[in-house]
Design a protein around this ligand. Structure first.
Ligand code: PEP
Ligand code: MG
Length: 755
């Protein structure tokens, strides 16, 4: 019997002939089953297709009672055929009638047939039907036979997808419109977005499945495999930030797969059976997928992802397409969907056409999330399986308030979100009206509202938000999106452009804060067990004074005739601050000797983001010109909770009394030494948290530009002196968190903390 499968090419040739003739779809299906039965030396071959109610209808048969065609329906999950459709996996049985799922249908006349093999007819993750073969004798079908059936199922799937089966035999539409899906994720950048899906790495769906000339297809496959390996090698050697860090591991895995002999052999074998190179890729992908899905091991499932990606890459090579969506031709309401993406890749797109971003990976502190916030687009991360669930052009909604991604939403969902978007737009208008109003509390306390930035694209937000300046400019972002260390002149140009854009408003430049989760692919960095506690920020600057001095020189020269405010990250004690300051002074002296003009003033400040500083405030503050609390890092270290690990990042409340008692010391000491104080971590942008900070004594806070409106609205309704007394006594109490007290206070006093 196995000899029968020596002829998959013959089967494919026959299928091609059938597809080429001008025949009705029903005639085609009828002929396909005859061919399968002949080719597999089987007594029965049948095709069942899924109807809109999810039942499976017998559409064509060779061997069963012809009267059963279009009359036999199996309910969802019913019988062996239903089981195959449910599981989307082949079933191979020597004695089908003893299987618990066997369902006897007298009208089909299948009593004498014992052995049974069925495969799902799959397309784009949907089961469209089931293809079966039966024999009288009890036998197991070989792997090769099952593969031949799967290949035929692919051809049938294409026939259905082309819309030809519609109306076959007078029945209604077979293909169901794909269902709506909702997947939860983590908010990376707040907002609501309605738009249409663009796959960052587009999928190529092969249309021609059967080879015209097998020799040509074998040659195409070989050169595509070689080209694929080349592309991956180029990406790995290209020192491109977008592909660095964790992405590098993925690329290494791709390379391993791409060079895997087993994979290459399977592809070559599949194409030798008479498939086109594209169809062979799809065939092998489906097989391996089925195999890997049977493994419970999460590592293998992760590899499945890699395999899918690699197959799509190979298909793109075959189609002569590039690896990412054509950045210039995306729709005007694009929702980008990707497994992961680097910040530079996101910046490649025309941001005026981007509405949102949905990633399977990506945490809130990942670089791409920071860029998404800078571009002010709604973004979600950790949206499991999103790439597989969408098709390009699908309508989609991102709710980056609650963390929901809706694909192909129902009209009600679209209407509800359209309302929400209108509501947000109205709120934005209200905030826009506040933009020129000073942020003064009802009892006359003036609060400086500053914004965080890191890219030139951020600068227009200064005017739009009404921020009074830039409280934190993360200079490392410019470095992260570059492919080599930016040279002195380049850096100077950027800093000058920022100061020009700020138009006289103060800008606090933070010196390079790399390391931890922020990697520069062109800076050698050994693997670290605990990167958040590792070689990062000021530590790198002190160990690599050449890098640091170049940045300082660029900043000094860009600030001629202006004030330079320079802030040092991750300062741990005075000696580090003094060492950095000495390098800065050296640079100033160097420029002076060489006749360069000086900035009007140079102020050097520090971030308070390592707990050790909390116990050195009296010694430390007299040394600095200003300080800013980096609550993101400070909280991560206080609670020993990695800020980029979603399991622990949100476990502790920034409004806990422990945090506020520590911050209180900072406020008191800063007042004592008359050192300007701000806070520039994420908590400053949340109205309730910002209210608490003001209640503690903060008078300057820096946040994402989109938060300035809501925070200002809160300030305009707040009596700061009154709240300060309440906060003081709450900190004396036994409570662990200020949150309940603050929420009640806001509600009682009509303070706008709703966001
Ligand atoms: C912080 O740590 O709070 C901070 C503002 O800096 P970054 O988020 O860049 O570490
Ligand atoms: Mg920090």
């Amino acid at each position: 019997m196995a000899a029968s499968i020596g002829a998959p090419r013959v089967l494919l040739r026959r299928l091609r002939e059938i597809m080429a003739r001008p025949e009705s779809p029903q005639d085609r299906l009828d002929k396909i089953v005859v061919q399968i039965a002949a080719n597999m030396v089987a007594e029965v071959s049948s095709i069942y297709l899924r109807r809109q109610d999810n039942s499976l209808e017998l559409f064509a048969t060779e061997g069963l009672n012809p009267d059963a065609v279009h009359n036999t329906h199996l309910a969802r999950g019913e019988g062996l055929v239903g089981l195959i459709a449910e599981r989307a996996q082949p079933l191979n049985l020597a004695d089908a009638q003893t299987h618990p799922s066997f369902s006897y249908r007298p009208e089909t006349g299948e009593d004498p047939y014992h052995s049974f093999v069925g495969v799902p007819i799959l397309r784009g993750g949907q089961t469209l039907g089931v293809l079966t073969v039966q024999n009288r004798v009890r036998r197991h079908y070989s792997e090769e036979e099952i593969e031949a059936l799967q290949t035929t199922a692919m051809v049938i799937a294409e026939l259905i997808a082309s819309g030809e089966i519609d109306g076959a035999g007078g029945v209604a539409q077979v293909l169901q419109p794909a269902r709506s899906v909702k997947i939860d994720g983590q908010v990376l950048s707040e907002g609501i977005a309605l738009g249409h899906v663009v796959l960052h790495e587009p999928r190529v769906v092969p249309t021609a499945l059967i080879a015209e000339d097998v020799g040509v297809e074998i040659a195409r496959m070989k050169s595509a495999m070689d080209e694929l390996t080349n592309r991956i090698d180029t990406m790995l050697s290209r020192r491109d930030m977008a592909r660095a860090g964790e992405h590098r591991d993925v690329l290494e895995a791709y390379r391993m797969f791409a060079q895997d002999r087993g994979w290459r052999r399977r592809l070559t074998e599949a194409v030798s059976t008479g498939l086109t190179a594209e169809a062979a890729v799809q065939r092998v992908q489906t097989d391996l997928r089925a195999r890997m899905l049977r493994q419970r091991d999460p590592y293998m499932r992760e590899r499945l992802h890699d395999l899918d990606d690699l197959s799509y890459r190979l298909l793109r090579v075959l189609a002569g397409a590039s690896d990412t969506a054509a950045v210039e031709s995306i729709p005007a309401d694009a929702i980008l969907v990707a497994r992961n993406m680097g910040p530079a890749e996101l910046l490649d797109y025309d941001s005026t056409r981007l509405r949102g971003l949905v990633l399977e990976e990506g945490s809130a502190s990942s670089h791409v999330a920071i860029v998404a916030r800078a571009l002010d687009i709604a973004a979600l991360g950790m949206v499991e399986g999103c790439v597989d669930q969408v098709d390009p052009g699908d309508e989609a909604v991102i709710d980056a308030e609650t963390g929901e991604f809706h694909c192909r939403p129902s009209q009600e969902v679209v209407d509800a979100y359209s309302d929400k978007v209108r509501f947000r737009a109205k709120r934005q208008q209200q905030f826009a009206r506040l933009k020129d109003r000073p942020a003064v509390t009802t009892d006359g306390a003036k609060i400086d509202l500053l914004m965080n930035a890191g890219l030139l694209v951020d600068l227009p937000h200064l005017d739009e938000s009404g921020a009074e300046g830039i409280g934190l400019f993360r200079t490392e972002l410019q470095f992260m999106i570059a492919s080599a260390f930016p040279r002195l002149n380049q850096q100077m140009k950027t800093y000058k452009a920022i100061l020009d854009g700020a138009g006289g408003r103060p800008v606090i430049f933070r010196s390079l804060d790399i390391g931890g989760d922020k990697v520069l692919p062109y800076l050698r960095h050994d693997h670290e067990e605990n990167p958040a506690l590792g070689w990062r920020a000021l530590r790198i600057s002190l160990d690599r004074p050449g890098l640091f001095r170049t940045q300082i020189r660029a900043l000094l020269r860009a600030s001629v005739d202006r004030e330079l405010r320079l802030m040092l990250p991750m300062v741990v004690d005075i000696s580090e601050f003094d060492a950095a300051k000495a390098l800065i002074e050296k640079e100033r002296a160097f420029l002076k000797v060489h006749g360069y003009a000086e900035p009007k003033a140079v102020m050097v400040g520090a971030m308070i983001e390592v707990p050790s500083i909390l116990w050195q405030l009296d010694q430390f503050l007299p040394h600095v010109d200003f300080v800013s609390v980096g609550s993101n890092d400070l909280l991560q270290f206080m609670f020993a909770a990695d800020r980029s690990n979603i399991r622990v990042a949100d476990r502790y409340d920034p409004l806990s009394c422990a945090v506020f008692r520590a911050l209180k010391q900072v406020v008191v000491a800063a007042n004592r030494y008359n050192v300007p104080l701000t806070l520039c971590g994420e908590m400053a942008g949340k109205p309730l948290e910002a209210m608490a900070l003001i209640g503690l004594g903060f008078r300057a806070i820096s946040m994402a530009p989109a938060s300035i409106g809501p925070v200002k609205e809160m300030i305009l309704t707040l009596d700061a002196g009154h709240l300060e007394r309440e906060v003081s006594s709450a900190l004396e109490s036994k409570e662990t968190s200020l949150r309940p007290m603050l929420s009640a206070y806001a509600a009682r006093n009509g303070i706008a903390v709703g966001g």
